[in-house]
Write a protein that binds this ligand. Structure first.
Ligand code: THU
Length: 136
């Protein structure tokens, strides 16, 4: 799969920033925004959605990926995550596993409120991943 262009990545970051404003995070007070580029090239955004039953909280990355899949996408080329922090935040372990399901070769970008950023690959964040192929 072709790597997204710099312009596409910038657009993705902007979408992730915008999504954080819609976070429902009254318990952690830690809003997160995410956006993904689906196989079609379309962008899908998501935010964290918490619950009074804390274990049901859903991360921004998974909201964005589930939204992409619900819209008909079957793969993810890139994921951007925004947190309103001084340092960028990497996706949690559960989200790495979910990204792997649809984007084992995805680019993963974390941005924040400073110039600091992380640009990496899912395969570097989740080496030796268990995935769909292991069920064959
Ligand atoms: N959170 C995310 O949305 N993405 C991550 O990768 C890490 C954590 C959310 C979950 C919870 O709503 C809040 O941040 C604090 O953990």
């Amino acid at each position: 799969m072709k790597k997204p262009t710099d312009v596409a990545i910038r657009r993705l970051e902007k979408s992730a920033r915008g999504a954080a404003a819609r976070a429902y995070a009254p318990y952690s007070r830690f809003p997160v925004g995410a956006a993904v580029i689906g196989g079609s090239g379309r962008v899908y955004a998501g935010c964290n959605v918490e619950n009074a039953s804390y274990g049901l909280c859903n991360c921004a990355e998974r909201t964005a990926i589930f939204s992409a899949v619900a819209a008909g996408e079957s793969s993810v080329k890139a994921v951007a995550i925004y947190t309103p922090t001084a340092l960028p935040t990497a996706p949690c372990g559960a989200c790495r596993q979910v990204i792997n399901e649809f984007g084992p070769d995805a680019v993963v970008i974390s941005v924040c409120d400073s110039k600091n950023r992380i640009e990496t690959q899912l395969s570097a964040l989740l080496p030796g991943a268990f995935g769909p192929g292991d069920l064959a």
